[in-house]
Design a binder for this molecule. Structure first.
Ligand SMILES: Cc1ncc(COP(=O)(O)O)c(C=O)c1O
Length: 378
């Protein structure tokens, strides 16, 4: 694969050394073309674009996402955000006999917040022994027959560590608990098949590794579970016949669209289709391989330069999110930005996240500038 060929798709790469894909994937010409088409259709068709074109675009996106995840399209809902998807699922669970929800201390906060606001739920946070990963045995200690759901990340947003989903699913299911995955930081960079990993609920979105921008999330629910889950929040898009517009009765749709609430963000649907087309064309396994080359080079070079990296011990458990320990990460990120290098930081760490469109020279450059040199290798 000639990876440099892809760089022309992403204008930001001409202007900067962009190494912050775990915050926001780069915008492509294809995504921009899809958005431009959407605007043109809006001008030309007005509201009839809904029926003639845009419902089709929504279904194209749902179908592409489902194929990438190894799911049926009817088991995938488009929601407004991960938080909305989580809140919808959290509202559909009966906690009376199972009041416990088990999460990990390294999970993205919105995962915990869904249950922390409920007074019928006790949230248990599983601790990390090394600050980067969580041993599945720690989850096994925390999950019991009072657990309603084990909810955790596929890839941790601060450490990039990849969790062994199948092992976690088995722990949850052995106790009759549901298994929910926040895969916002994995899909697009780490291959996944939702059926192989035996997930009950699997949530991701286009913002980061799928290069589709903000405004949507994707919610997969295991087929047999869909009809058993009756959310306590609803909207006309959840209704069996949304165009009946009958305010006197409400029936949920039978498929995953019951978890959708209202009008989706159509600009994002189009941007996401542009990014998704690229991901589908390359294939996630190839992206994973390329990202691993860049990531391992970064970890090695930055280690040689004397920095400590917080990551999983084994390369197989690492993804393209690299946390580099730093006394003044905010200052370092500002200095890198003044050299045209865009990365991010979290307390105590500079966070660097390459994607397939980056180059080895860019990896070397971020290490050089971080270490005090300013070699221009672009
Ligand atoms: C692991 C993870 N989950 C979820 C989100 C985003 O949540 P939402 O879609 O509700 O904004 C992020 C964003 O940074 C994330 O890293």
């Amino acid at each position: 694969m000639d990876w440099t060929r892809w760089r022309a798709e992403f204008p930001i790469l001409e202007r900067s050394t962009y190494l912050n894909s775990c915050s926001l994937g780069a915008l492509s010409h294809r995504a921009m073309a899809r958005i431009a088409t959407f605007h043109e259709q809006w001008h030309s068709y007005g509201a009839s674009a809904w029926y003639e074109l845009w419902l089709g675009a929504i279904e194209e996106l749902r179908g592409r996402v489902a194929r990438m995840l190894g799911a049926d399209a009817s088991d995938v809902a488009l929601t407004a955000s991960t938080s909305v998807a989580l809140a919808t699922i959290a509202s559909a669970i009966d906690y009376s006999r199972r009041p416990k929800v088990v999460i990990a201390e390294l999970d993205f906060p919105t995962l915990g917040y869904q249950w922390m606001v409920r007074d019928d739920v006790e949230v248990v946070r599983v601790r990390s022994d090394d600050g980067a990963t969580i041993d599945p045995a720690r989850f096994a200690e925390a999950v019991d027959d009072r657990t309603a759901i084990l909810a955790t990340s596929h890839v941790f947003f601060t450490t990039g560590a990849i969790q062994p989903l199948r092992a976690l699913a088995d722990i949850a299911h052995a106790h009759g608990a549901l298994f929910l995955v926040d895969a916002y930081q994995s899909v697009g960079q780490v291959p996944v098949d939702v059926r192989d990993v035996d997930a009950d609920v699997f949530i991701t979105g286009p913002l980061k590794w799928l290069m589709g921008g903000p405004g949507l999330a994707y919610l997969y629910v295991r087929h047999e579970l869909i009809r058993q889950l009756r959310p306590r929040i609803a909207g006309w898009f959840s209704a069996k016949d949304l165009f009946a517009c009958d305010i006197t009765r409400f029936d949920f749709k039978d498929d995953a669209r019951r978890f959708e609430l209202g009008t989706p963000a159509l600009p994002t649907v189009h941007a996401a289709l542009g990014g998704q087309e690229i991901v589908d064309e390359i294939g996630v396994p190839a992206i994973r391989e390329r990202n691993a080359q860049l990531t391992e080079r970064l970890i090695e070079r930055v280690g040689d330069a004397g920095f400590r990296v917080r990551c999983a011990q084994s390369a197989a458990d690492r993804s393209a999110i690299v946390m580099i320990a730093h006394d003044n990460p905010g200052g370092a990120v500002a200095r890198l930005a003044s050299d045209g290098i865009i990365v991010d930081w979290r307390p105590g760490y500079v966070r660097v996240s390459p994607h397939f469109y980056n180059t080895e020279a860019e990896i070397d450059r971020v290490v050089d500038v971080l270490a005090g040199g300013t070699r221009d290798a672009r």
